[in-house]
Write a protein that binds this ligand. Structure first.
Ligand code: HEM
Length: 413
């Protein structure tokens, strides 16, 4: 077992060492405290789950609720009042509301529907890569990893081109995690602006519908009242929010690990059909959703011998579960040849009724991004291979992603 000094404090404070490599801490927790009580800065009793089987069971345990209205006090303390209007969506609800809201968008994200987006996503990839050619060294995050998913999700939703950078700005502020007063005020302002923006955009879709998802959802609401106006606004926000930062971070993590592991990159280059498998392995090995999977206990619940009291917050560390040696052979090894079967499924897109709606889209974007990038720039390399990458520093590890990814397209030999 790895010995780690005060792992719970390291994780709760999210020290720079923990950010750089949380896995020794997670290994310790899996062994010693698989359902670990923590006291994050928001002060709500929190339990962190790190083992695969416990995580999988917790993700689909009906006693662990996602309904924010059922846990309003705690929810307000964690996220503040300004989030309430935007979070009135499937991610923050239980059945039957969850079933009703999810049904409205499910059909838009089936593998077949998503496959029809391939040519357009490919175009976006190529255009962004054209832009990279003119700069060197390139920070791949702002040049490619962030604009790709934001462009794709904005096109799908029908957000006009000249309004996208504004929406991206608000969305980034909302997605940041922090507890300071200044941070909270900036976040509240961005949340209010985003709510007002989507209310206005939906009004425009009503008067001039287009061939996009928001026009379709607006028509559904007006025809049979399948959702309230605020649920409609919140759903628009959720798709925007869930659809961009997660994918952008994963592109960054994926490119970094492939460049840092030349044998793995060579395997994918020599066998392009491996790219789908490589993406699954990358989601398992260093996925972008770390513990942003909170639930509230609606009654006392016992998991792995630990009693979680009613009202406590439960966080499921997907990145820890995906490295559990009881589930995966040599889990700390990045191996694009790892067999992908239903039995060996990672939890990087969640599990159960809240399993990521956008997973088929994220997978396709990832595959096209990696294939496009590595075939356009065969000599692509890390700008400074000897130095440690810089990971996003956040007070609690909700998402996992790099702060920057400087690369060179044609390294000087
Ligand atoms: C839910 C991960 C991309 C839309 C989730 C959940 C995870 C996840 C772990 C479950 C959260 C929970 O159970 O608490 C990811 C990752 C992505 C990604 C790692 C990229 C690599 C996307 C995209 C979209 C999307 C591209 C949309 C276009 C959603 C939605 C939910 C969700 C709407 C809520 C589903 C529900 O509550 O039923 N995602 N996601 N995600 N994701 Fe994703």
């Amino acid at each position: 077992m790895t010995t780690v000094e005060d792992p719970v404090a390291a994780a709760a404070r999210c020290t720079p060492e923990f950010r750089r490599n949380p896995h020794p801490v997670y290994a310790h927790l899996r062994d010693e405290a698989p359902v670990c009580p923590m006291r994050p800065p928001h002060g709500i009793d929190t339990y962190l789950i790190t083992r695969y089987e416990d995580a999988r069971a917790a993700l689909s345990d009906p006693r662990l609720s996602k309904d924010m209205y059922g846990a309003m006090d705690a929810y307000r303390r964690i996220f503040g009042d300004s989030s309430l209007a935007l979070d009135d969506n499937m991610l923050n609800s239980d059945p039957p509301k969850h079933t009703r809201l999810r049904k409205l968008v499910n059909s838009e994200f089936t593998p077949r529907r998503v496959e029809s987006l391939r040519p357009r996503i490919q175009d976006v990839v190529e255009t962004l890569l054209d832009g990279c050619e003119t700069r060197e060294p390139v920070d791949l995050l702002p040049a490619f990893a962030f604009p790709l998913p934001i462009t794709v999700i904005c096109e799908l939703l029908g957000v006009p081109r000249d309004e996208r950078s504004q929406v991206q700005g608000w969305s980034t502020t909302v997605a940041n995690t922090g507890f300071g007063e200044e941070f909270k005020q900036a976040q509240a302002k961005a949340e209010e602006s985003m709510h007002a923006y989507f209310a206005d955009l939906l009004a425009r879709k009503r008067s001039r519908p287009g061939d996009d998802l928001l026009s379709a959802l607006t028509a559904t609401r007006d025809k049979d009242g399948g959702l309230t106006e605020n649920e409609l606004i919140s759903t628009a926000f959720l798709l925007m929010f869930a659809g961009h930062k997660t994918t952008a971070f994963l592109i960054g993590n994926a490119v970094y690990h492939l460049l840092a592991n030349p044998a793995q990159l060579r395997a994918v280059r020599e066998n392009p059909e491996l790219v789908g498998r490589a993406v699954e392995e990358l989601v398992r090995y260093d996925g972008s959703v770390e513990t942003a999977t909170f639930r509230f206990a609606t009654e006392d619940v016992e998991i792995a011998g630990t009693r979680i009291p009613k009202g406590a917050l439960v966080q499921i560390a997907l990145t820890a579960a995906n490295r559990d040696p009881l589930k995966f052979e040599s889990p700390d090894q990045f191996d694009v040849m790892r067999p992908q079967t239903e039995q060996s499924a990672h939890l990087g897109f969640g599990h159960g009724i809240h399993y990521c709606v956008g997973a088929p889209l994220a997978r396709l974007e990832m595959q096209l991004a990696l294939t496009g990038l590595f075939s356009r720039f065969p000599k692509l390399a890390l700008a400074d291979p000897a130095s440690e990458p810089r990971w996003m520093e956040v007070p609690f590890p909700a998402f996992r992603g790099l702060a920057e990814l400087p690369i060179v397209l044609e390294p000087a030999v």
